[in-house]
Write a protein that binds this ligand. Structure first.
Ligand SMILES: *Cc1c(COP(=O)(O)O)cnc(C)c1O
Length: 232
């Protein structure tokens, strides 16, 4: 065996094992179960293909340029998610393999997505990113702005708001993290109760990464975004 195949073998085993482990920890018997999105930013297409071979189909990228360079080397069945701050001048490069944009964080982006959607007669599925933790370093609208944003969004028929996304606070205690995720769930439910979002459409909660996804699932996450826990 050459050194190359030995290293390749190690990668193969670890991605497969990591996926098995994450899926095992995610399986709490809910039906329908939450969606596992494998965060593939900075990961090369060979490793992403390996995850695909193990049955993983949802992947997330945070830079349009990087995604464009990789997606043609990967199976067309891949479902792509977008999780980074999106520049409006990059929207024209997106295509319908982007199944969900998790990082809708400003009205001007909503407008630009709507304009591009109208041109193509395509309705983008998005999540409103909320800076629940009130962290200066993070993107997203504040919790207080959510009703206003949802109300505005009703005027943009080519963008569908399917729920909320947040990033937990870095180096936080379990209790602090749980508080942030519970607040996102309560925010979703109160928007439905207020009548600014429709119960059947406004369902998703994208929350939880490698270090905190179990807490997020316990608080009702419908989507978890896991990078290093799979591709380490
Ligand atoms: C990088 C990233 C993740 C994945 O983080 P890990 O800690 O590697 O699981 C999830 N969500 C967002 C928004 C990210 O940028």
């Amino acid at each position: 065996m050459t050194l190359d195949t030995w290293i390749w073998g190690e990668i193969t085993v670890s991605i497969e094992q990591n996926l098995i482990e994450v899926r095992r920890r995610m399986d709490q018997g809910q039906q329908p179960g939450p969606t596992l999105v494998a965060v593939s930013k900075t990961i090369d297409p060979i490793q992403i293909s390996e995850a695909f071979r193990c049955g993983q189909m949802d992947f997330a990228e945070n830079r349009v340029q990087e995604w464009l360079a990789k997606k043609d080397q990967l199976p067309v069945q891949c479902r792509w998610h977008f999780i980074g701050r999106m520049q409006k001048n990059k929207i024209k490069y997106l295509d319908e393999s982007i199944v969900l944009i998790h990082s809708l964080d400003r009205l001007s982006l909503l407008e630009a997505l709507n304009t591009e959607g109208e041109k193509r007669n395509h309705r983008w599925r998005t999540l409103l990113q909320v800076n629940v933790a009130g962290d200066d370093a993070k993107a997203g609208v504040s919790s207080q702005e959510v009703p206003w944003f949802l109300d505005k969004s009703q005027k943009y028929p080519f963008v569908s708001l399917c729920g909320l996304m947040t990033i937990g606070r870095l180096n936080a205690s379990v209790d602090e993290t749980r508080t942030v995720f519970a607040a996102l769930r309560e925010l979703r439910d109160s928007m439905v109760a207020l009548g600014v979002a429709a119960k059947e459409q406004f369902t998703e909660l994208s929350m939880g990464m490698s270090d905190d996804y179990e807490i997020a699932l316990a608080e009702g996450a419908t989507i978890v975004r896991i990078g290093s826990g799979i591709f380490r």
